[in-house]
Design a protein around this ligand. Structure first.
Ligand SMILES: CSC[C@H]1O[C@H](OP(=O)(O)O)[C@H](O)[C@@H]1O
Ligand SMILES: Nc1ncnc2[nH]cnc12
Length: 290
């Protein structure tokens, strides 16, 4: 059994978590640049924790400029084994109402202006993201949300859009009616793909803030309405996160779904053809294999 370390990436409205023993904001440098902010580390119920505000404290980074690769590398570098992403999302389903949480298990990636892989020329790898989230970690989040009294839905498809503008009405209807998406946000891609490349278990908790633009009884989405709902959601998210260490424990058995071995057969570049500079940048992400 290895030591567990729970990493939490806090989205809009969630810029810190409470109650960590030995809490300390740590600056972490990575070969991919600086992460969104320093990372808050400490322990909770005897389990190591790391918290990273995705947009930085003060909400500095837009969904496009969040340094996704640096964020995932920094968490891995600190020893994180399991990443819980918490995000504000719009809903395409009547029953997934503002204030509800959704344990996301699928994604449609519509982002186009972001670096999406740690790999490339000099070291090529193809991991599977058919099942992009970790069922073991998702189950713990579901239980923690239920224990907190949150109205939580188990399973949902998250449409990741580029933003920063919200969707047009035509897009909103298409994502909902033709594409079958359940929630919409701007940040979980490429985050989930990068977590898989870094062999980290990843679960995504969507906090519903609005009905995007499709709902005939709710006008179009606007950020004032989102922020009002976010305040309550963020308090619930902090309570949910506080329950995770007790549920997951300080020791961690290998992931039954193989998230922590995702790169095992994924690297195609022959050892003698690998670029040394590229390999050096992969020290944290793929150090286990290179
Ligand atoms: C505050 S509205 C739009 C903004 O909120 C979401 O951020 P996050 O996913 O980090 O919670 C959404 O993706 C947009 O970035
Ligand atoms: N409707 C929406 N679209 C995209 N991102 C969001 N974040 C919160 N609500 C959203």
């Amino acid at each position: 059994m290895a030591d567990a370390m729970i990493g939490v990436i806090g989205g809009s409205g969630l810029y810190e978590i409470d109650g960590l023993e030995g809490a300390e904001w740590q600056k972490v440098e990575t070969p991919w640049g600086a992460p969104s902010d320093a990372i808050l580390t400490g322990t909770l119920d005897g389990v190591k924790m790391a918290f990273l505000p995705r947009h930085g404290r003060g909400h500095v980074h837009s969904p496009t400029t969040v340094p996704y690769r640096a964020n995932i590398d920094a968490l891995k570098r600190l020893g994180v084994t399991d990443v819980i992403s918490v995000s504000a999302c719009g809903s395409f389903r009547e029953e997934m109402a503002p204030g509800d949480f959704v344990i996301v298990d699928q994604f449609i990636d519509r982002t186009f202006a972001r670096e999406k892989s740690f790999f490339g020329t000099g070291c090529v790898a193809h991991v599977s993201v058919a099942h992009p989230t970790c069922p073991r970690l998702g189950a713990a989040c579901l239980e923690a949300a239920k224990d907190t009294g949150i109205n939580v839905h188990n399973g949902g498809t998250y449409l990741a859009m580029e933003g920063p503008q919200f969707s047009t009405l035509a897009e909103s209807k298409m994502y909902r009616d033709s594409w079958g998406a359940d929630v919409i946000g701007m940040t979980n891609m490429p985050e989930a793909k990068l977590a898989r490349e870094a062999e980290l278990c990843y679960a995504s908790v969507a906090m519903i803030t609005d009905y995007d633009s499709w709902h005939p009884d709710h006008g179009e989405v606007d950020v004032t309405q989102i922020i009002a709902t976010l305040m309550g959601n963020a308090a619930h998210a902090r309570d949910m996160v506080a329950k995770l260490p007790a549920l997951l424990g300080a020791e961690r058995a290998p992931c039954p779904h193989g998230c922590d071995r995702a790169l095992e057969y994924a690297i195609l570049t022959a050892p003698e053809a690998r670029d040394k500079t590229v390999m050096a940048k992969l020290d944290a992400v793929a150090g286990r294999l290179l």
